[in-house]
Design a protein around this ligand. Sequence first.
Ligand code: FAD
Ligand code: DHB
Length: 390
Amino acid sequence: MRTQVGIVGAGPAGLLLSHLLHLQGIESVVLELRSRDYAEKRVRAGVLEQGTTDTLVEAGVGERLLREGLPHEGIELRFGGAGHRIAFEKLVPGHVITVYGQQEIVKDLIAARLAAGGDVRFEVDDVALHDIDSDRPYLTFGGERLDCDFIVGCDGFHGVSRPSIPPGVLTTYEREYPFAWLGVLAKVRPSADELIYARTERGFALHSMRSPEISRFYLQVSPDEDLAAWPDDRVWDELRTRLETVPGFTLTTGEILDKGVTPMRGFVAEPMQYGRLFLAGDAAHIVPPTGAKGLNLAVADVRVLTRALAHWYGTGSADLLDGYSRACLRRVWRAQHFSWWMTTLLHTFDTDDSYARRLQTSHLEYVTSSDAAARTLAENYVGLPYEPGD
Ligand code: FAD
Ligand code: DHB
């Protein structure tokens, strides 16, 4: 079997890449470890930058996103017994974020690929990459061989693509945080109109949402947290303690639909290319989720890669492919810094002494009282412009 671009992984990066390549007349095959049902139900990110929304809409897969996504013009930072709004409409006019679940994007993209006759294979559990440093790389799986011009690893942090690169080629940068997030999806009306990022002495809490009927919450917990230690009552008690800290705010509670623990880590592998293998999204880099950047970075990578591949197929020039890693890494490192900054601003670190806590409070007060400081948060949060040509 032969295709132009072999894509490993049907997360947002792999599926969007396959779709964008199709729009450029380039064919691809997507190989996914999990079942379609699993991929469509996996609860993860929910905040889309303006550029991510625009990319999906321009690619013709934004119809449901525009109908069901929730545009937000601000977020709240809650600390010291008060809420403080970061007002995007004032600080970054014309920019909003859209709250729309990652698994909804995955559903929309799978539907679009299948409707266009795209080849997406699920439950492929033995993908291997071969001859990636040659002009004729290929993939094997389930006794089949797929010859490709290029292979793109979109298989997330734990995938097979990055480890297929020989030792010594990549430089990796990593920061592990001494805590994790307990993520909760609940069948309950959101208790606020906008997201609440709350810093408390007991740790960070986030109130987000998915729809007028579904709320999403995160709690800072220890890195080795056992889910079994978090029955629903304890989850609600802790959310109440960390969120009901301003006068007049009451948390609506109800049925919990899903719970999971996500480790917090920053990671970058450089370069994002080896021979005919390109890495995109979480396969190349991950951020702690406090800045809501992971999914948005995956979309940004895929935009750059689509343009570079289209240029190669259109002109035979590898110029843009050669510049892929450099072009992506600028944005990747900006997001790494912003995600680290948001994480440091809002979480409780066991190693913090009283001096460090006072510094954190001062920083929060500055971000919520100075327009210059608030704009720094706002412009990074809604997403900095793509580089020209990206
Ligand atoms: P993924 O979505 O990870 O997709 C990779 C795909 O490759 C998966 O479908 C996987 O099954 C498949 N795959 C893996 N190995 C193989 C293999 N060997 N062969 C074939 N296929 C393979 N970001 C936020 O901004 N906010 C959040 O709240 C948030 N929560 C998260 C919770 C969890 C548990 C995780 C893991 C990530 C979270 N993220 C969050 C990050 C965000 O979801 C990711 O940045 C985003 O999913 C990146 O998309 P991707 O397509 O690069 O990778
Ligand atoms: C959500 C996730 C995030 O990481 C974040 O910073 C804000 C919202 C969410 O899943 O809704």
